[in-house]
Write a protein that binds this ligand. Structure first.
Ligand code: SF4
Length: 342
C-alpha cells in the first residue's frame, strides 16, 4: 500500500501485497489473510510505517491530511476484512501480488507478435492472482483493485475500450501454465474489487450485523465469472440465491439470472482470443501511424472527458473533419457474436 502525496493531500493509491505484516509466528512471516483480529493493529502499523517513509511532516502537516490518514486506515482495515471474508468463503488462495509484466517478459500475451520483425510489448501489473486446484485443473482468478465502481462491459471490450482485465487473465494463465505444467489451466473469474469503506444509508435502525451485511453487499466484486458447473462453488461455497461476494445469482431452477455476470468456458475463450487479436490490431495501427482525431462516444461516456491532451490535440467538434465515433450499445449475445466473427 502506498499513501501518495503528489497532490495537495495524501490519498491511498494501492493496497496490494498485504503478505508483509512484519509479524512472525514460529519464525514464519504471518500474512494478513491468515490473521484474525490482530490484522487491525498490523494494518495501522503498516500505514504508519509508510507515512513515516513519506515524511511525517507532509502527511501530518494539516488537520485535513491527518483526517485523510485516519480515513486510509479505515479503508485499509475494511479492505483486509472484506478480502479475508472473500477468501474464506471460497477455495482460492492468493498466489501472486502486484505481478509486473516487466518480470514476465517471456509471455506471448504481453509480447505480441505483429510481424516477423515487429513485437508490441505491453506494460502493466496484475494486482492479484489467486488459484484453486483439483486433481487435473488449476483454476485462476485475477483481481484488479479499483478506487471506483467498475463493471465488466462486453460491448466496451468489443470496441477495444476495456481490454485490461482480459489481458491480465491471458497473462495469468500463461504464468500458471508455467508453474503447473501438468494441469489444465482454467479461467475462473476476472474481478474488480473496489477499495472503499462505504457508508450505509438507511431509514430504519440496523443492528451492527445488518450494517456489516449491507457494507459487504456494497463491496461485492464486479467482473465476470466462469459459469462452468462447480466453479462458482469454488469462488463462493456459501452462496444461496445471490452471492454477496461475486456478481452471480441463481433463479429458482438453478440457472443464472440475467443480472449475473457469467460467461461459459467457451464464451470466455472467445473473449480471450478476441482480446489477443484486438491488441495486435491496435499495435498494428500504432505502428502504421493511425492517429486520426476520431474520439469515441458511447452512451454518456466520451473519450475526451478526462483526456490529458484536450488542450493540445486540436479536436473541435464544430470543425469540418472532426467527427466523434458513436459506438452503438450491444447486448451480450451481439457483442459475443461480433467477437466470434472478427
Ligand atoms: S481530447 Fe483530443 S486526444 Fe483526447 S480523446 Fe478527445 S480527440 Fe482524442
Amino acid at each position: 500500500m502506498v499513501p501518495k502525496t503528489t497532490g495537495n493531500r495524501p490519498f491511498l493509491r494501492y493496497v496490494f501485497d498485504v503478505s508483509d505484516t512484519g509479524t512472525r509466528k514460529n519464525s514464519r512471516p504471518v500474512n494478513l489473510w491468515a490473521m484474525k483480529d490482530e490484522y487491525v493493529p498490523a494494518v495501522q502499523e503498516a500505514l504508519e510505517r509508510y507515512a513515516a517513509d513519506y515524511g511525517s511532516t507532509v502527511l501530518y502537516s494539516s488537520a485535513r491530511n491527518e483526517y485523510a490518514i485516519t480515513r486510509m486506515g479505515r479503508i485499509l482495515t475494511r479492505t483486509v476484512l472484506t478480502l479475508q471474508k472473500h477468501l474464506h468463503r471460497g477455495s482460492f488462495r492468493p498466489e501472486s501480488f502486484e505481478l509486473s509484466f516487466q518480470h514476465a517478459d517471456n509471455l506471448e500475451s504481453i509480447n505480441v507478435s505483429l510481424s516477423e520483425q515487429e513485437k508490441l510489448r505491453l506494460r502493466g501489473r496484475i494486482d492479484r492472482i489467486d488459484v484453486a486446484e483439483d486433481g487435473e485443473h488449476v483454476y485462476v482468478k485475477v483481481i484488479d483493485y479499483k478506487s471506483g465502481h467498475r463493471r465488466f462491459d462486453l460491448a466496451a471490450l468489443y470496441y477495444g475500450l476495456q481490454l485490461q482485465l482480459v489481458v491480465y487473465m491471458n497473462a495469468a494463465q500463461e504464468v500458471e501454465a508455467g508453474r503447473y505444467g501438468d494441469k489444465e489451466i482454467v479461467p475462473a473469474a476476472l474481478l474488480y474489487y473496489r477499495i472503499d469503506d462505504p457508508a450505509v444509508e438507511t431509514p430504519v435502525e440496523l443492528t451492527e450485523e445488518e450494517i456489516e451485511e449491507e457494507i459487504g453487499k456494497q463491496l461485492r466484486m464486479n467482473g465476470v465469472v466462469n459459469g462452468t458447473p462447480g466453479i462458482v462453488e469454488l469462488l463462493d461455497r456459501d452462496m444461496e440465491a445471490k452471492s454477496d461476494i461475486i456478481p452471480v445469482e441463481r433463479k429458482k431452477d438453478g440457472t443464472f439470472s440475467a443480472r449475473s455476470s457469467v460467461l461459459s468456458g467457451e464464451e470466455l475463450r472467445t473473449v480471450s482470443d478476441y482480446v489477443s487479436r484486438k491488441v495486435a490490431e491496435i499495435g498494428r495501427e500504432i505502428l502504421d501511424g493511425t492517429i486520426s482525431l476520431n474520439p469515441y462516444e458511447k452512451g454518456s461516456v466520451e473519450a475526451c472527458t478526462y483526456c490529458a491532451f484536450k488542450k493540445v490535440c486540436g479536436f473541435e467538434p464544430a470543425m469540418p473533419g472532426c467527427e466523434k465515433r458513436r459506438l452503438e450499445d450491444l447486448d451480450r449475445e451481439e457483442a459475443l457474436r461480433r467477437m466470434e466473427e472478427r
